[in-house]
Design a protein around this ligand. Sequence first.
Ligand code: 4AZ
Length: 254
Amino acid sequence: IVGGSVTTVESQPWIASIFKRFGRSNGFQCGGSLISPCWVLTAAHCFPDGIHTNAKKYFVFLGKNAINETDYQREKKFSVEEIIIHEAYKDSDQMYNNDIALLKIQDIQGQCAHESNAIRTVCLPPPNMMLPPGTYCQIAGYGRVAEGSGFSQYLKETTVQVLSQRTCAKKKYYGTLLTDNMFCAGSTEWDTDSCKGDSGGPLVCEVDRHMFLFGIISWGEGCSREFRPGVYTRVTNYNQWIEDKTRMPGIASG
Ligand code: 4AZ
C-alpha cells in the first residue's frame, strides 16, 4: 500500500496472508480475504502455475500484523487443502481478466477458522449491487509502500474512491484493457494506491453500516501513477461462482 497508514489486523480482521514454500525458505505471495470459516478469496494471478499449482506448497495466516514476525497471541496458521482458480481466468502482459480464486483452508487439527478480535469473515455484497462512483472504500495489504521499494513490514490500509467505468475505460486511463469484470479505484491526488504484494487482498466498502467485500486487489500500471488507478476484480460478478465452488458437497439426488 502506497500512502495510507499502518494499521492492526483488528481493523481488517478478514485479511489473509498467503505464503509459498520455496525449499527451505518461505515467501510472502499475496493477500486474501476470509469469506467463510473454511474459505479465503484471493486473486487467480497469485498462482502462476494455474491448474498445475500444488496446494501443499502454500499456507495461509489469519490474524497476522507483521509478515516477518510471529504473533502467537493473534495469528493462526492454515494449510491449503484446495485451490480453485476461475475457469475463465486469463492473463495478458498488461492485465488479468476473471482474476479470482478460492483457497480451502484447514489448521493442523483439521479445523477451519475460529472468530476472534483478529479473525473475522467479511460479507459478500448482494449480486450485481453497484457502488456509485465516488464511494469511499478501504484497501489493505502488506505490499510495497512505493514502486520499487520493499514490502511493508506491517499491515497497512488506505482509503480510495471508486471511479466510474466510463471514466476508467477512457483512453487517458486504461482504455480497452478494462473489462466488465473489473473496476477502478484511486485517489484524486494519485497519492495512495495498492501496489505489488497487495494483490489478492480486500477492497471493502461500507453500505448501510455494514462492510462488504466489493473488490480483490488485481492490477494496475505501477502504483500511485497519474491516471493509472488500481484495478479490482468486481466481486459482485462472481456470487454464483463462489456459491457453486464453496457449497458443501451434497448427497447426489436422482
Ligand atoms: C501487483 O503487481 C500490483 N496499483 C497490484 C496492484 C497495483 C499494481 C500492481 C495497483 O501486484
